[in-house]
Design a protein around this ligand. Structure first.
Ligand code: SAH
Length: 598
């Protein structure tokens, strides 16, 4: 019996929901919490207390005697967000109870035992059909018991805390099993492609019967069929369309030309005459590579009429997944939820060691981490792609946005179309710095890396000059290092040819990291020696101002003209008009705005 105790109205409401869900298993204890807890602890095997953990700890402390015999106690907080397994996690069954209670109340189970196993993905949430002892194996995973993974086909699974040995087993297979043994879970990857051909009007029973017989005779599971494939001309053939529907898989079609180019063991003249390819079933199944498990076979008819359907089965090569994930500038709350989800989805993580350290605590137990030091970009890119091509779920990480002066382009330059690629954007340094400085990027802006390691200086200089001439706000990445100290002064000099000495310049070091610092200075006053590789430098355009200690690049709205304006550059009377103001006066819609603002 589970004793239910509450003290407040909100607690009582949640208590009643639980009591209603489990009328046979629960008993409500009313009255003062102290008495109710004492009575329930004596009479029940388990307690659910709708009370603060602190209160419950004090109430049960004098009652506790032995881990093996004490009741299991779960606490649910006032707002019903958490179901906390407090004592008796294993012996008292409180861990399982917390999960069950959380399920009913739509709360989060909080289980603090077997911490090494926290963060285990639910076996039924992997997106694959699952059979067998899901509850038992999940519990083993959650409780940190050894679980073996037997992968008979390779498939991009998220990391699971599994090993080679264990009393429990997770088996990844597309083979048919008469029964799943105890303490075992079978995951069904969609690894089989069934190629089908059919003459016009072939009944769905004939097509489906053929497919099922082919799978059965080869010892394969229909639950692992990922798709049906055929030739374009048969895309609407009812028997094939319905067979795909009944199997619950997509129907993929290829042109006759594409199929004619696929090498197959059993070409024949009939389909060549009918649809223009010597093979439909085998060629469609093999169109994207793989291993032919069942060569072409024909349907068998009992009425002696010619067969109307053919099929062939292929095990397709595992399609790995490469997620290119930006971690943001450093602070954990600037890491996006999507980035976090991708990190938890990966079984292999590739990245620079210092970035790996930033997120190591988020990885699921069992994630294989391939970290390398500065400068090993090529190796990292190649490793990430190779692992994905091997069928793994790979996350390649970079700080800020992984596509900005980072790993996305070298990795995708290596990648072929046999892997899936997912990009997750991150907050790049220019944006993190901009938010600290004020609003420096309020109008057109550009980022320029001053690193001439991979780019000739002439190219960099040409771009700086163009930005200067175009009056763009410029953010310099990789501005200055010990061995690279003349580039920043040179670049600033080029900008100074087109901008006043008082042009605001923001210098932000380690944006959003613990030792963050920022300074607002001017083109004339910036001391390049204060800039290093942990820094970005944002130089304003001719309209950028320092307002109340913040760097602001005007958007150019006409309505702001009625407000008091900061002084013009005193040193540069030849810049009285900002280019964008000159432009906005020519826009008819700004005249309308002016009307409205009166
Ligand atoms: N992919 C990264 C940039 C990598 S290039 C991004 O999108 O932010 C490395 C340069 O980025 C550094 O030399 C520095 O100029 C800048 N940078 C990266 N993170 C920074 C941070 N937190 N604060 C300031 N500058 C940073």
């Amino acid at each position: 019996m589970i004793g239910l105790i509450s003290a407040t109205a909100a607690g009582a409401a949640a208590r009643d929901r639980l009591a209603a869900a489990w009328p046979e298993r629960t008993r409500v204890y009313d009255g003062p919490a102290r008495d109710a807890v004492r009575a329930a602890f004596a009479e029940c095997e388990q307690l659910v207390c709708f009370l603060a953990t602190g209160a419950v700890v004090r109430l049960i402390a004098p009652l506790l005697s032995d881990k093996a015999s004490d009741a299991g106690v779960v606490c649910v907080d006032e707002s019903g967000r958490f179901a906390v397994s407090l004592v008796g996690g294993h012996g008292g069954g409180a861990n399982d109870l917390a999960r069950e209670v959380a399920e009913v109340l739509d709360a989060r189970p909080v289980v603090t035992t077997a911490t090494d196993a926290v963060g285990v993905p639910g076996l039924d949430t992997l997106g694959l059909p699952v059979e067998g002892d899901v509850a038992g194996v999940s519990r083993a995973l959650l409780d940190g018991e050894p679980v073996a993974l037997r992968a008979e086909v390779s498939w991009p699974l998220p990391a699971l805390p599994v090993g080679a040995e264990g009393a429990y087993t997770i088996r990844l297979t597309d083979r048919h099993l008469d029964a799943v043994p105890e303490r075992e879970v079978v995951l069904r990857p969609p690894s089989l492609v069934v190629g089908v051909g059919a003459s016009r009007g072939a009944p769905v029973e004939e097509v489906l019967g053929l497919v099922e017989a082919a799978l059965r005779d080869a010892g394969l599971s229909a639950r692992s069929v990922g798709e049906l494939a055929t030739v374009d001309a048969k895309a609407e053939e009812p028997g094939i369309v319905r067979a795909a529907e009944r199997l619950g898989v997509p129907l993929v079609t290829y042109s006759a030309g594409e199929l004619a180019r696929v090498a197959v063991p059993n070409p024949s003249g009939a389909p060549l005459a009918a649809v223009g390819t010597p093979s439909v079933a085998e060629a469609a199944a093999l169109a994207r590579g793989g291993e032919l498990l069942v060569p072409k076979r024909k349907s068998e008819r009992t009425d002696g009429r010619p067969a109307m359907a053919t099929c062939a089965v292929v095990r397709r090569p595992a399609r790995g997944r490469l997620a290119v994930v930006g971690l943001g500038p450093g602070a954990r709350d600037l890491l996006t939820p999507r980035a976090k989800a991708e990190l938890r989805r990966a079984s292999v993580l590739v990245g620079l060691d210092q970035y790996v350290d930033q997120i190591r605590d988020l990885l699921r137990p069992g994630t294989r981490v391939l970290e390398s030091g500065l400068g090993a970009e090529e190796e990292r890119a190649r490793t990430a792609v190779e692992e994905a091509r091997r069928g793994q779920a790979v996350a390649l990480i970079g700080s800020g946005d992984a596509g900005v002066y980072a790993m996305a382009s070298p990795a995708l330059a290596e990648a072929s179309d046999d892997i899936d690629v997912v990009g997750v954007p991150g907050v790049t340094a220019a944006l993190a710095a901009g938010a600290i400085l004020g609003a420096p990027l309020g109008h057109d802006h550009v980022s320029i890396s001053l690193s001439d390691l991979h780019t000739p200086w002439e190219v960099i200089e040409r771009r700086v000059r163009a930005a200067a001439e175009a009056d763009l706000v410029v953010t310099f990445y990789n501005p200055r290092s010990r061995g690279r100290d003349w580039q920043l002064p040179k670049a600033l000099g080029i900008l100074a040819e087109h901008r006043a000495p008082a042009t605001p310049v923001g210098v932000v070091r380690n944006a959003s990291r613990p030792d963050e610092s920022s300074r607002l200075t001017t083109l004339a006053a910036l001391d390049p020696a204060t800039v290093d590789m942990m820094t970005v430098v944002t130089v304003g355009n001719t309209a950028t101002r320092e307002i109340a200690g913040r760097m602001v690049t005007p958007r150019g709205y006409r309505w702001q003209e009625s407000r008091p304006k900061p002084p013009e550059h005193p040193e540069h009377p030849e810049h009285p008009k900002h280019p964008e103001h000159a432009e906005t006066t020519r826009h008819p819609e700004h005249a309308v705005n002016k009307e409205e603002s009166r």
